[in-house]
Design a protein around this ligand. Structure first.
Ligand code: ADP
Ligand code: TRP
Length: 323
């Protein structure tokens, strides 16, 4: 049976990109093999400097997965900082990793390009991520497109360590989501850090307001239009049934009396968000009212995760002469 592993940072409210790029795939893969999902709170420290917010967002991510149907019996689900063995293994990996490898990191270079002041943690981030993966003997790491290079770095680091000390780590493969790059309100990759994201549990007026911001042009419904490349259609494609989406596209291409107006499409999008996320929204509220239950789930997950991580850490310590 394959072991899948992935992490999500608690750096902000989970958005449509996180859902379609990662969370939905995680929930589906738990039916297919052994699933190991964790909340990457140590990684979040590189960008988030607010202790209360970090605590709140960590709980938010936990509640999101549980509300969307994660089964903690079947899935090992924990908070990264509860299994500190990964930080020990990260140090070992850093000593076999060239500076040049990390300097090539897209995510690091992207953050610099967006004007973030880099800290050492941001630079070292892929080393910790490699340790996250290698500490659990993961077969596959399901991620969005932006994280593939990090998984490749983990492959390189495993190879470098094994070349120096003999076979120690399992080489992980990446698996890309069928929707690897959801665009945000401004047409760039949707991201918590770019202020262009839609929270999956947004509702009511706030939801309509957010959808209202989707850019459209002033062409009337009757004017034939090509839906490809129009953000509103991109989002509809994610959320409405395939046959309905085809019919909306057909009407847009033909135009005339039956051409869909942008207002109608935005209303349909809001309704589709309610259909997809409405029941989980309620479950989220219920779980937030029982924080102890959520803490217990994470603590039990950490115990199970630590058993695996300790074994790998000991193997690696021994290999390189620390035992
Ligand atoms: P963010 O960029 O909002 O900080 P994260 O880096 O925490 O998101 O990503 C969490 C997961 O969601 C990762 O697996 C990532 O690949 C995926 N993901 C993030 N943004 C998108 C997006 N716009 N489209 C598809 N997947 C995404
Ligand atoms: N860097 C990932 C992200 O921002 C989160 C992450 C941390 C992760 N460790 C990981 C993902 C290990 C997969 C495997 O999305």
């Amino acid at each position: 049976m394959k072991r899948f592993l992935s992490g999500v940072q608690p750096s902000g409210l989970p958005h449509l990109g996180n859902y379609f790029g990662a969370i939905a795939m995680h929930l589906a893969l738990a039916q297919e093999g052994e699933a190991y999902w964790f909340i990457a709170d140590l990684h979040a420290l590189t960008s988030l400097k607010d202790a209360d917010k970090l605590r709140e967002m960590t709980r938010e991510i936990a509640v999101t997965y549980l509300a969307l149907g994660l089964n903690p019996e079947r899935t090992v689900f924990w908070r990264q900082s509860d299994v500190p063995e990964v930080t020990e293994v990260a140090w070992l990996l850093s000593s076999v990793t060239g500076m040049g490898l990390l300097e090539r990191g897209h995510s690091y270079k992207d953050k610099l390009a967006h004007g973030l002041t880099p800290n050492v943690g941001l630079f070292y981030y892929p080393v910790l991520m490699a340790a996250d993966i290698l500490c659990f003997d993961a077969d596959e790491v399901p991620v969005g497109k932006d994280q593939i290079q990090h998984v490749e770095f983990a492959q390189d680091m495993a190879g470098a360590f094994d070349a120096a000390y003999g076979a120690t780590f399992k080489r992980p493969e990446w698996r890309m989501s069928p929707t690897p790059r959801v665009l945000g309100l401004d047409g760039q990759k949707m991201s918590k850090s770019y202020g262009n994201a839609l929270w999956i549990f947004e509702e009511g007026k706030a939801l309509s307001k957010a959808i209202g911001k989707l850019p459209t042009d002033s062409r009337p419904p009757s004017e034939p239009k090509e839906p490809d490349g129009v953000l509103l259609f991109d989002w509809l494609k994610l959320l409405v049934p395939a046959d309905e989406f085809e019919s909306l596209c057909g009407r847009a291409r033909t135009g005339g009396d039956n051409g869909p107006g942008y207002g109608e499409l935005k209303k349909r999008l809001a309704a589709a968000m309610d259909e997809r996320f409405g029941p989980a929204r309620e479950e989220r509220r219920r779980l937030l009212a029982h924080p102890q239950h959520v803490d217990t789930v994470l603590a039990q997950g950490a115990q199970r995760a630590a058993l695996v991580a300790r074994g790998v850490r000991d193997r690696a310590y021994k290999a390189c002469g620390l035992r």
